[in-house]
Design a protein around this ligand. Structure first.
Ligand code: CA
Length: 232
């Protein structure tokens, strides 16, 4: 069970209900918006883990909202699945060009939509998929809350586990302290940035159990990354 949150942006009540029901019965936490404006305020109050976005909305086209999401730092990396009755190839291309992660054409089966959602999570946010993450010698099992480096189990606290799971979902990428706070501790959580340093330190210490502390690297002036490449 992943408990990832999905914002469903759809103005047609029956379709909104269908999507919300399929997602929540598959373990996702669902919030709903019936317009682009309502979606914006929902996103402002809490950053969703994924957005299912209808193209035709009463106030603005969904595609415009998508473009806005891709411009803002805070929302840039939120996965988006576009939903539309338009099946034309040009719309599909427009949607994908604007930064949609996938595209589902109405009418669709709820099962198909949920499997697309899973696939997008696997690709874009593996730490939210509930499936095991493997990177180099590292294996993280979110369901069992277990970490191993090669054959050696590594014990760590919950915050360190979440931090490692996030970093391992995006290996080689550098994250600033504030990005890590948003993604690991949750958006709008007021914790000082140096708290991140404390947990990175604890995570390295935990990884020392398997002599794997070098996996977590400091990138001066930028933040942290997980990498199997030698640190400079
Ligand atoms: Ca609509």
């Amino acid at each position: 069970m992943s408990n990832a949150s999905i914002l469903v942006v759809e103005d047609e009540p029956s379709i909104q209900e269908l999507i919300a029901f399929s997602c929540s019965s598959n373990g996702y936490r669902v919030r709903r918006a019936e317009s682009a404006g309502a979606a914006e305020s929902a996103i402002r109050s809490e950053l969703p883990d994924l957005v299912i976005l209808d193209w035709m909305l009463p106030d603005r086209p969904g595609i415009e909202l998508l473009r806005d999401l891709r411009v803002a730092d805070r929302t840039r990396s939120v996965p988006v699945i576009m939903l539309t009755a338009k099946g034309a190839e040009s719309d599909r291309v427009t949607g994908l060009d604007a930064g949609a992660d996938d595209y589902v054409v109405k009418p669709f089966s709820p099962r198909e939509l949920v499997s697309r959602v899973r696939a997008v999570f696997r690709r874009r946010a593996p730490q939210k998929s509930g499936e095991a993450i493997e990177y180099g010698p590292l294996r993280i099992d979110p369901a069992r809350h277990e970490v191993a480096v090669g054959e050696r189990p590594v014990k760590m606290g919950l915050a360190e586990f979440k931090l490692l799971r996030f970093l391992a979902g995006h290996p080689e990428r550098v994250f600033s302290r504030s990005q890590l706070l948003d993604n690991v501790w949750g958006d709008h959580v007021f914790i000082e940035e140096r708290t991140v340093d404390v947990h990175v330190l604890r995570l390295r210490k935990a990884l020392m159990q398997a002599e794997a502390q070098d996996l977590v690297q400091t990138v001066r002036g930028l933040g942290y990354r997980l990498s199997t490449r030698p640190d400079r």
